[in-house]
Design a protein around this ligand. Structure first.
Ligand SMILES: Cc1cn([C@H]2C[C@H](O)[C@@H](COP(=O)(O)OP(=O)(O)OP(=O)(O)O)O2)c(=O)[nH]c1=O
Length: 210
């Protein structure tokens, strides 16, 4: 009969060690929580941060996403010392422009007009701070092309409200996927947390992930 007591017990998923530090998700985005659950990770706490998300002069979309994810993680680390902190940031870039997070209809409409019939990129950055203070960072880049949108399509999309609070004024996880001719990169990244990069960072940080 095997010596059951001697065999190591599997650690609960999403935990670092048997005396695991708590895992804090530094994000108010419900999408990030749902995406993390898909790789078996349940944070012990969710902490929304309030950082200035204004792009720096001349800042590129990729650099902006990486900087903001790190700033969110650092802000949460101050509030939860000794915890493992995970943060993310998703930025839509069209040409040299960083598109805003749409908080009103006019902004969402401007974003859709810019994205209509052309390619754009979504950068989704993830930052992990471990209790030793080390910051690990990763970013996914996804290229998407939307069909040319007619006025009726734009009006219907705007009245549906899915754009609210979303970078670039759309949510690929909703009806906007019907506008997407193709995408190349990370679907989870576009939604808010690139799961391949996130899982890799967590494993590098000593977190047990499915
Ligand atoms: C492009 C795109 C973005 N988004 C979302 C992901 C992010 O929640 C949001 C971009 O804003 P973020 O600043 O990345 O995140 P947030 O403000 O929602 O949350 P927090 O700063 O507290 O972490 O846009 C979608 O849900 N679907 C999409 O297709």
């Amino acid at each position: 009969m095997p010596d059951v007591a001697a065999s190591p017990l599997p650690l609960p998923l999403g935990h670092a060690t048997p005396t695991a530090p708590e895992l804090v998700l530094a994000s108010a985005s419900p999408r990030r929580l749902e995406l993390l659950a898909r790789i078996g990770v349940t944070p012990s706490r969710v902490l929304a941060t309030d950082i200035d998300e204004t792009p720096l002069k001349g800042e590129r979309a990729r650099d902006h996403a990486v900087r903001l994810a790190a700033e969110k993680a650092r802000a949460a680390a101050v509030l939860a010392p000794g915890a493992v902190i995970l943060a993310g940031d998703t930025v839509v870039g069209a040409g040299a422009r960083i598109l805003p997070k749409a908080e009103d209809e006019a902004t969402a409409r401007d974003c859709l007009a810019l994205l209509s019939g052309r390619r754009h990129r979504v950068y989704s950055a993830v930052a992990l701070i471990t209790p030793d203070g080390k910051l690990r960072e990763a970013v996914s880049e996804t290229i998407l092309r939307f069909k040319r949108l007619c006025d009726e399509e734009m009006d219907a999309y705007i009245s549906g409200g899915e754009w609210h609070g979303k970078a670039g004024g759309y949510a690929i996880q909703g009806s906007a996927e019907g506008f997407c001719v193709w995408l190349s990169g990370s679907h989870s990244g576009v939604v808010g947390l690139p799961l391949f990069e996130t899982r890799r960072l967590m494993i590098a940080g000593g977190i047990n992930v499915r």
